[in-house]
Design a protein around this ligand. Sequence first.
Ligand code: ATP
Ligand code: MG
Length: 470
Amino acid sequence: MNGVKTHYSLLIAGKRAESSSAGRTILDFFLQLLLISAVNFSFFYVEDQPVNIKALNGFKDILPGEVELWQRLEAVARDIFARFNFSEIRLPILEKTDLFARAIGEATDIVEKEMYTFVDKQVTMRPEATASLLRAYIEHGLHVQKPVQRLFTIGPMFRHERPQKGRLRQFHQMDVEVLGSISPRVDAEMMAMGAMLLNELGLSVSLELNSLGCPVCRPGFRASLLAFLDDRHEALCDDCKRRSATNPLRVLDCKKPRCREQVLEAPSLQDHLCADCADHFSGVQAGLDQLGVHYTLNKFMVRGLDYYTRTTFEFITGDLGAQAAVGAGGRYDGLVEQLGGPSVPGIGFALGMERLVLLLQQKEAEAPVSGTDFYVAGIGEQSSRHAFGLTHAMRASGMRVAMDLEGRSLKSQMKQAGKLGAAHVLILGENELAAGKAVLRNMVTQEQQEIVLQDEATTVQTLILQLKSS
Ligand code: ATP
Ligand code: MG
């Protein structure tokens, strides 16, 4: 087998002391074998003891009670993305490491220290979506299908950062990209769409805007920034000392108070824009003004990814401490070409879903409970059996139905129905059932009525009418 290593796995489950020592003897044997052979073995030694395995630090389960907020967030976003004529694209989690190194930039925090990389395989779990989306755009020639592509994707991203409130190692983004348009109106429209989404979620968030210029005007700015930083080199943090050499613009957005103080008087990119970039930037602002989107200019906003040109923006909240950005993005006009694609401009932004959910939670102390149309309560074996079949038929016809399968008392079933927020409870008592009837209680008005039980299909129709009229 040319160049392919044979891979054996050995699983030894040690049930008791004797068998685990037997297991170890086998293990020793294989270890010896490993020493004398060129074959690659992996050993998994599983102790048969109860263990308490927890999720990894920075990786979080999203449980019922919270998940409803995620669903709402996603539903509102999908609706708005559709209104703005965006199509969904679903992308793989794993990509070649080289893709991110090239797109995001070698001298960025993400590539330098935050990526989850399988070094031996040279693949990385995506830390953001733009690079993968452009890879797909180029790979499938999407520019040929439509001169302007409007795409969005929703899913998990992975960055090895220090976990804190609103900062995880697996987090989720809603990412939106427009490829193929240079129009400053697209920039304004993207920000207006983000603002509309946040507004419809009832969140008050501010928008900050900057322009990073282009390869024509940025070198001039970089030179004057370098001269400015040279005079203050000693006062900068160690990271910024290093960054001044590799990526001086990043010094502008260092979060350390001492560095912030040093750069207060730094030159502004907005004053160094070439005529084309200045025109574009005023077009963006005119578009935002026309659509009534409020924004403030922030000369310190440079973004942590190298690919940005011209417009950059962030949606900022004051309600999440240090994790102030709920969304961010900008234009990246040279990136598609740099990744081996056609010369196509692009702009995009990503919203951080954890941070939006935190804001939604702060706004509504309690997440809405998931909807249940009916709770079917059976009392005794006969009526539980009937309830079991009826519940299934109701579900098949589209209703959201819960029932008890544990033979609990009517009292505890009613409690359960209340907890689930069921709109109606259908009570099938033994006597009523014998008489071909059931009691239907409206949980909001507390009114009760008798309904006649006919064949399953007719009963289901009766219940659908009840639901519609309530
Ligand atoms: P930050 O400055 O907070 O580190 P960033 O500039 O690294 O953010 P982007 O790469 O622009 O973030 O990602 C867009 C959005 O994704 C951010 O505004 C934020 O809401 C969210 N985000 C980024 N990193 C994380 C993370 N580790 N955990 C949760 N959300 C995140
Ligand atoms: Mg970051």
